[in-house]
Design a protein around this ligand. Structure first.
Ligand SMILES: O=P(O)(O)OC[C@H]1O[C@H](OP(=O)(O)OP(=O)(O)O)[C@H](O)[C@@H]1O
Length: 385
């Protein structure tokens, strides 16, 4: 038995990370000597409805398909979509039947998290926003959470091992546990010990809400660390929160009165886009956890839409191979392959896998840029969203 309840990489790659009915399907199709050439599409909604979502998780999905005798196309990571396929797979069905479960899981979870991150980003476009939510999810998907958060436009993340996977460094300073290890009335000792202990390149951001009033602790942190203090974090628990906007403004006022306008004020704890809209003109940065990491996965399904060259579909699904477009005015359009798209519209599908070889690249910064540009074009995350 493995030490943790984790389905491993080998099970995912080999296709054992699947639902049992695909194994039964394979057995039945082989028994019947039937393995049709099909086109299958991954779709969340059939038609556009004005609600965009951000596409993520494609790097892992492509890795899953690699080495199988099939072709695949997809919209690039970081594009917004609203109805119609985000991906299509063409090949003999038995090449990829058992991969459906993991394929949808890779895309669904990452896209849900990336969409929530983009909402957060759009709510406070100029603030420093970090992803703090890995603690809410199974550790085996921490890198998925942090990569998706970055794709949505967050500025950094807290999870150390996810940073190793992504080749980026985790951020963060001190929890309440550190303050409590020193004890009430000894906040100065905790902040000073932190300053003495951690490397110089770690920002000195003092947690200022543990035992007493936020303004009081902030001014004490200023006195304790002097010029070395670069910021303060207010993580006031919800039962004691009061008017956070007023508290932040008062903190900023009193920092200014001390000649310490340079000290940044960060807010964290239970925040979502509405809170960031409310606070972004007074606070300098935010830590956002559960709103992003606990996002509902996108409800993707994989459906066969063409069998042996003939358009097919189950009831309620649209038959035939489709293309998706971004129109000049920022709308999403779904049409049949071979038809002309709307005039001036951009076709979104690109080659992903050819003859089992991954032909796309998955640069995270480029995906983040696409997400920002698409959000601006489509109006994603504006108040009405
Ligand atoms: O609330 P979320 O948006 O999900 O963000 C994550 C929260 O987790 C931490 O607090 P927590 O009280 O769990 O830990 P701490 O007391 O050690 O800081 C962190 O300080 C955030 O407030």
């Amino acid at each position: 038995m493995p030490p943790f309840d984790v389905v491993g990489e080998e099970a995912i790659r080999s296709g054992r990370a699947t639902d049992a009915y695909f194994e039964r399907t394979e057995t039945t199709l082989r028994h019947a000597d039937r393995n049709p050439r099909v086109v299958a599409e991954v779709t969340a909604d059939q038609f556009p409805d004005g609600e965009f979502e951000l596409f993520a998780g494609l790097k892992d999905a492509a890795t899953l398909l690699a080495g199988h005798d099939l072709d695949a196309d997809a919209i690039p990571e970081g594009r917004l979509f609203d109805g119609g396929p985000v991906m299509r797979v063409e090949g003999n069905y038995l090449e990829f039947a058992r991969l459906e479960t993991s394929l949808l899981g890779f895309l669904s979870h990452a896209s849900g998290i990336a969409t929530a991150a983009l909402e957060v980003r759009r709510a406070a476009p100029d603030s420093n926003v970090l992803s703090f939510g890995a603690r809410h999810v199974h550790p085996s998907i921490a890198a998925v959470v942090e990569r998706s958060a970055l794709m949505g436009g967050l500025d950094g993340f807290s999870h150390v091992a996810a940073g190793e996977v992504l080749g980026r460094e985790a951020s963060g300073t001190m929890p309440h546990a550190l303050m409590i290890c020193f004890g009430a009335g000894k906040q100065e000792e905790a902040w000073t010990a932190f300053d003495e202990a951690v490397p110089d390149d770690v920002p000195r951001i003092a947690l200022c809400d543990t035992y007493s009033d936020e303004v009081d602790e902030v001014l004490r942190a200023v006195d304790a660390l002097g010029d070395r203090l670069s910021g303060v974090r207010l993580d006031t628990t919800s039962s004691r929160r009061g008017d956070m906007r007023h508290i932040v403004r008062e903190v900023k006022w009193k920092l200014r009165a001390r000649g310490r306008e340079d000290v940044d004020v960060f807010v964290s704890g239970g925040l979502g886009p509405d809170d960031l809209r409310e606070l972004s003109d007074v606070a300098d940065g935010f830590g956002v956890g559960g709103y992003v990491s606990n996002a509902t996965p996108v409800d993707f399904a994989l459906d066969i839409v063409e069998r042996a060259g003939e358009a097919v579909a189950k009831r309620g699904k649209l038959s035939g191979v489709k293309e998706v477009y971004r129109t000049r005015d920022g709308a999403h359009h779904v049409g049949l392959r071979g038809e002309d798209g709307p005039e001036g519209a951009e076709s979104l599908m690109e080659p992903l896998v050819r003859d089992g070889e991954v032909v796309a690249d998955f640069d995270l910064d480029a995906a983040t840029d696409r997400a920002r540009e698409d959000a601006e074009l489509t109006g994603f995350g504006e108040r009405a969203h």
